[in-house]
Ligand binder design. Structure first.
Ligand code: FRU
Length: 475
């Protein structure tokens, strides 16, 4: 279909539904959401000519996730985002069933966007072994907002013969004058893996290797691969599907995580350490990273998981669903990634902080919240165990080496997520109208969840042993 026709459909849809979206009490204040309809993966993250770009998987025509476009937001500060509407439309034969996920690569005065063009053929197909095309498509831009014609750089026949038709989500980087591209893939015998391609000019790509995957214990498909260096080490981040739950681990339908690794000389093999879940909450998937001009490795994730059946998002009644996380800076300490909310988020703080010192033994209720948009910092260095309750029925507790996040009715099916952890020195909570992002020990562990309260609960309740220091900012 032509762009003009898509624009007409989107306009009609907005005329009918935008008021419901905007009036929803669960719309968030400082998190990226689709202007209308559905959002999933962050795409094409980059800083270009002094501006941050956050593209995203966008289904403007339905909150349930239908045909995918790339929507676009830009920002000067990673906090205030300007809606730039639809950037890429599914308007050629090679992407007619979706402009799927991909990334941005900045070189000199040009941004190169690589994404997956999804095509589904009519007929009787399983769309795994037959009936699908996943094309790697390149689009360039000289200003970040106007885009070139599309060039198909890889097709299914360019992938190794033991691959199914699920090969997607290109991420490109440069090393020693050579360009590399990783793709997430599913083999014909249902094993997740990555493919690595090499190029001298960003247009012609040659197969290099299957550096990791094809294992019995790591799922049937690896989506959204990303490789980058932290502290001189190769980190590989990806979203595997098909890993079984194991105690408190891997409780979501699909996972997202990383392994610290090492590429060999010819990048034929990526030696991987243990797979570690990057976020322990209910709503996190398909993260992407980029390096900004301050040399920070910044990650944004999708606050949602595909095919989630146990919990739901009541916002679909108001024609929108899902959001993206706040940008988090990644720091490697002892082969573990710590996630730190970018410092720019401090500009959201309004007025003076509320501060208090609380003895937990007595149990204490502080009436400190005016609304649900706040940052809450709790210093717990002098506490052995604790139970913190907020927002009607959300309980954060630590006892016997286990931290738990529990939700009641406001979780709409989200009940409990937990992590084993030796001690907890601090909690940092970013709360938005229907979101909590909870950082333990300066980002050692993170829990991201949606939460749907019917009313504002002003109270923070604290119990446990020891003394806690509270700091709260209105945002
Ligand atoms: C991950 C994902 C990607 C795909 C995109 C489609 O959530 O399934 O693998 O490119 O979403 O929207």
């Amino acid at each position: 279909m032509l762009r003009k026709e898509f624009d007409k459909q989107i306009k009609d849809c907005m005329d009918g539904n935008l008021a419901a979206v905007k009036n929803d009490k669960w719309r968030n204040k400082y998190h990226i959401m689709a202007p209308i309809g559905w959002i999933n993966d962050p795409n094409g993250l980059c800083e270009f000519n002094g501006e941050y770009h956050c593209f995203y998987q966008y289904s403007p025509l339905t909150p349930m996730g239908g045909l995918k476009f790339w929507g676009q937001y830009t920002s000067k500060d990673l906090v205030n985002w300007e809606d730039r509407g639809v950037a890429l439309y599914p308007d050629i034969a090679e992407d007619k069933d979706g402009v799927y996920s991909g990334s941005a690569f900045v070189k000199d005065d040009t941004v190169y966007f690589f994404y997956t063009g999804n095509v589904k053929h009519a007929g009787e197909h399983d769309y795994i072994l037959t009936g699908r095309e996943q094309n790697v498509i390149l689009v360039t831009s000289k200003d970040g907002v106007n885009f070139s014609e599309k060039t198909v750089v890889l097709r299914n026949e360019d992938f190794p013969s033991n691959m199914s038709l699920h090969v997607r989500d290109p991420k490109v980087w440069e090393e020693d004058g050579v360009y590399y591209m990783v793709l997430g893939a599913r083999t014909v015998d249902d094993k997740g893996c990555i493919l690595l391609y090499k190029s001298k000019d960003l247009y012609n790509w040659e197969f290099n290797s299957i550096p990791a995957g094809e294992r019995d214990d790591m799922g049937y498909m690896w989506e959204c691969p990303d490789t980058f260096k932290l502290e001189g080490k190769d980190v590989f981040m990806f979203s595997p599907q098909g890993i079984d739950a194991e105690g408190y681990k891997y409780n979501n339908v699909y996972q997202s995580g990383y392994a610290v690794g090492n590429f060999d000389e010819g990048k034929k093999h990526l030696e991987l350490g243990d797979f570690i879940e990057i976020d322990r909450g209910f709503d996190f998937y398909a993260p992407q990273t980029f390096e900004d001009s301050k040399n920070r490795r910044i990650m944004i994730g999708w606050m949602g998981v595909p095919d989630a059946v146990i919990h739901r998002n009541p916002t679909i009644d108001n024609f929108w669903q899902h959001a993206l996380t706040i940008p988090r800076e990644l720091i490697l300490k002892n082969d573990k990634i710590y996630q730190v909310p970018v410092i720019e988020l401090e500009t959201l703080r309004k007025g003076e902080a509320y501060k208090a010192e609380v003895s937990l033994e007595e149990g204490k209720t502080l009436e400190i919240f005016e609304n649900n948009t706040f940052e809450l910092n709790i210093d717990l260095k002098n506490c052995n165990d604790f139970r913190v309750s907020l927002r009607e029925d959300c309980v954060l507790s630590f006892k016997d080496g286990v931290f738990k996040l529990e939700l009641g009715k406001s979780g709409y099916g989200r009940a409990m997520r937990a992590v084993e952890i030796n001690s907890i020195d601090s909690l940092k909570i970013f709360s938005d109208n229907s979101i909590l992002e909870i950082f333990l020990n300066d980002g050692e562990e993170v829990f991201t969840t949606r939460i749907y309260n019917d009313s504002i609960d002003k109270c923070l309740k604290l119990e446990g042993t020891g003394t806690a220091l509270i700091e709260k900012w209105n945002l």
